[in-house]
Design a protein around this ligand. Structure first.
Ligand code: FMN
Length: 134
């Protein structure tokens, strides 16, 4: 009994045990969705700007991609913060047909220094501007 107690005491202080039992605090979500018909590029630019300031404040990182036809976004950060952002995104009626690609926990971020990176395709963007919405 005493020996078990000693072993548990050692295990709880062991750096190796801490690594093995460490709970990942980062939540990472990837999804795709489609803008609603008629969503203007200016509105997408506004979304990106809101994303940047809110995500920066909440320490949420990631990348939002708009191909001209659909969105793809990767979000990652502290679990609670990502949950709030995710709830807003799911309820946002400016996009539809949202499909979650993955929703997982991880020990580290992939895009830790990206505050909503927004690579867009210039050729597609000017095509949309010329033809109206996708
Ligand atoms: C494709 C898409 C991606 C979005 N990504 C984010 C995001 O990363 N962070 C964020 O705060 N809001 C994001 N939004 C906006 C939210 O859905 C929501 O509009 C925003 O958080 C403001 O919500 P509120 O003013 O109702 O509180 C996104 C919206 C769309 C359509």
């Amino acid at each position: 009994m005493a020996a078990t107690g000693l072993a548990l005491d050692y295990a709880s202080r062991s750096p190796a045990a801490r690594i093995l039992t460490q709970k990942p605090l980062i939540r990472r979500i990837g999804y795709v969705s489609r803008p609603v018909h008629g969503l203007a590029l200016a509105e997408i630019a506004r979304i990106v700007s809101v994303c940047r300031s809110r995500n920066t404040a909440a320490n949420v990182c990631g990348v939002l991609l708009f191909t001209g036809l659909d969105f793809a976004q990767l979000l990652e950060g502290p679990s609670d913060a990502v949950a709030t952002v995710w709830q807003n995104i799911c309820a946002d009626n400016r996009h539809r047909d949202l499909v979650t690609l993955f929703d997982e926990h991880a020990p580290t971020m992939w895009f830790g220094d990206w505050r909503v990176g927004f690579p867009s395709d210039a050729a597609t963007a000017s095509q949309i501007a010329a033809n109206g919405s996708p």
